[in-house]
Design a protein around this ligand. Structure first.
Ligand SMILES: [Zn+2]
Ligand SMILES: [Zn+2]
Ligand SMILES: [Zn+2]
Ligand SMILES: [Zn+2]
Ligand SMILES: [Zn+2]
Length: 215
């Protein structure tokens, strides 16, 4: 999408009309130029266009120019615009080329509080979240998360802690049981090997005895 004409403050209708994107009919934003017809479009507009179309909006064979025409860059750079956060209180008038950078750092940007989901000025959000009743916080004693407004009482906290302890014990017991099982298997194995060995020895000594008889 382009930059809305309403936001341009040094509006000269005669120049402005050369700076329109013919897809969104707003002032070009991140322009790219078709080298065949020399028309320019916002980068996002032309990308969206080619998701459904094969040819340039002017029906020509689209070939993107390596650079947009110098005159176009020059005209665009003369524009000045209001910040997108004007309605939140930002009164800055910003040159076209500095607009993007300003808006990335504008203090009048709104952000949602993670708790109550209200939109709040970015600069106030941290302060707000320190007190927001709806924000989930973690109890360092029992590791439970709860909304600040639902603070749990000491009994519930203790109950949680006991539950955590029990879970820990159960884990330990299971691991001990597994250890025991493994050791029993090992012992059984050794037992089995021993029996086989004794069997073999028996057999060998019987054979030896047999040979003595024959002699
Ligand atoms: Zn556009
Ligand atoms: Zn074209
Ligand atoms: Zn601003
Ligand atoms: Zn909040
Ligand atoms: Zn707790």
């Amino acid at each position: 999408m382009g930059l809305s004409t309403d936001r341009i403050v040094n509006n000269q209708a005669s120049t402005l009309e050369h700076l329109f994107c013919s897809i969104c009919h707003e002032v070009l934003w991140h322009p790219v130029t078709c080298g065949t017809c020399e028309h320019s479009f916002c980068e996002t507009c032309i990308n969206e266009w080619f998701q459904h179309q094969q040819r340039c909006p002017n029906t020509c064979e689209y070939q993107q120019r390596a650079r947009v025409p110098h005159l176009l860059t020059q005209l665009l750079s003369q524009l000045k615009a209001t910040c997108k956060n004007t309605t939140n209180g930002c009164i800055e008038i910003i040159p076209y080329e500095a607009l993007e950078k300003h808006e990335q750092t504008c203090l009048y940007e709104m952000r949602k509080c993670q708790g109550c989901l209200k939109s709040i000025l970015k600069q106030n959000v941290d302060q707000h979240e320190l007190q927001c009743e709806y924000l989930e916080i973690l109890c360092i004693n029992c590791q439970a998360t709860y909304r600040r407004r639902d603070t749990h009482n000491a009994i519930e906290c203790l109950r949680n802690q006991m539950k955590n302890q029990n879970n820990l014990f159960e884990l330990k017991i299971t691991s001990l049981e597994n250890d025991l099982k493994r050791q029993t298997e090992l012992l059984n194995n050794i037992d089995q090997q021993q029996k086989t060995l004794i069997g073999q020895l028996d057999k060998q000594s019987r054979e030896a005895e047999g040979r003595q008889w024959i002699r």
